[in-house]
Design a protein around this ligand. Structure first.
Ligand code: HEC
Ligand code: HEC
Length: 280
């Protein structure tokens, strides 16, 4: 009997914490502090911790120059492409529904498929898949800087709560089966002027490395194990964020169906293979 009672109480406490947590998330959404404000890390006072945060921000925004496949320091060429984290984690991970980093520090370690996933492992998941490369050393300067930056953008955010706007915008199931042919047409009408007719993107002018518009497929893109190579992920991201600059989640440009169709087209194109399953 005692066990049953204890269990009952534990369940109640768990429920209540959950509700309070959700409540906090919603309350904070409409009021100060605005978690999605633009932050200038270079305004922070000069301290060793703040220098680490600044380096973290640079790694997210200037990824190709620092740890890309053409990085200035050959020892730091961990990524296998020249994408930047900020090209998917828009505005250096401070944009709602574009995979922001606000609740990231507080929500790891996380249980995924019954296994504990640490923040280090999650970052290296993107290194292996989205960046088509090698993991960053666990306690290295780059890993520490990325984590310091994520902790900074999530400063004072509620513990163990994914605040509203985390992840991607929920997308309704496709009204009709997603269709690549229709997607190809949408691509050439609304995407190719920036991303190129072969999805190749636009490279920056040398000596700069990286892309002013990232490639969507082909050898320089993310690999087939990456989240963005899945139709559901791509469709949700595209609907809330593309065409770039003129679209946000309040005001999507494509209909649900069009987002699914163009995602079906994009994800059916060739890209580098993912790493072997044991290294994902
Ligand atoms: C090609 C797109 C792409 C690129 C480039 C990319 N990521 Fe990601 N990343 C994603 C997607 C998609 C998710 C999952 C978003 C979701 O559904 O919640 C993700 C998730 C994450 C998460 C988990 C966030 C959380 O709170 O759940 C971290 C941390 C992360 N990425 C770090 C990085 C870092 C650091 C880089 C650069 C070295 C990077 N990513 C580059 C697409 C990308
Ligand atoms: C005005 C130019 C422009 C147009 C039009 C545009 N994009 Fe983008 N796209 C960008 C830029 C720039 C980024 C990187 C965003 C950043 O760095 O903040 C991007 C990022 C992306 C990404 C994530 C990064 C990656 O490598 O996959 C996807 C997916 C994407 N766009 C798909 C599309 C699709 C599909 C369309 C058409 C519906 C489209 N875009 C239209 C400029 C554009």
């Amino acid at each position: 009997m005692t066990t049953r009672k204890t269990r009952g109480i534990a369940l109640l406490v768990a429920l209540m914490t959950g509700l309070v947590g959700l409540g906090t998330g919603y309350v904070l959404w409409g009021r100060a502090p605005n978690w999605y404000q633009v932050r200038d890390v270079f305004q922070l006072p000069a301290t060793p911790e703040n220098e680490l945060i600044q380096y973290g921000w640079q790694l997210v925004t200037e990824t190709p120059r620092l740890i890309g496949k053409s990085a200035s320091d050959p020892k730091l060429r961990y990524a296998g492409n020249d994408l930047a984290c900020t090209q998917c984690h828009i505005k250096a991970g401070t944009q709602a529904y574009a995979a922001p980093f606000i609740s990231t520090f507080t929500s790891f370690p996380m249980i995924v498929n019954d296994e504990v996933l640490t923040l280090t492992e999650r970052i290296n998941g993107c290194m292996r898949r989205s960046m088509n490369g090698q993991p960053l050393p666990e306690n290295g300067h780059e890993m520490n800087a990325l984590i310091a930056y994520m902790r900074y953008v999530g400063k004072d955010s509620p513990d163990d709560v994914r605040i509203a706007g985390m992840g991607l915008m929920p997308l309704r199931p496709a009204p009709e089966t997603p269709d690549r042919e229709r997607g190809a047409k949408i691509f050439s009408d609304s995407c190719s002027k920036c991303h190129g007719s072969n999805g190749e993107g636009q490279q920056k002018q040398s000596p700069e490395v990286g892309f002013s518009v990232p490639p969507l497929w082909g050898s320089e893109s993310f690999n087939s194990a990456a989240g963005m190579s899945r139709m559901t992920t791509a469709a949700a991201f595209i609907r809330a964020k593309m065409p770039y600059l003129t679209t946000d989640y309040h005001n999507p440009f494509l209909s649900d169906q069009q987002a699914w169709d163009v995602a079906a087209y994009m994800t059916s194109q060739p890209r580098p293979p993912g790493p072997p399953a044991e290294h994902r």
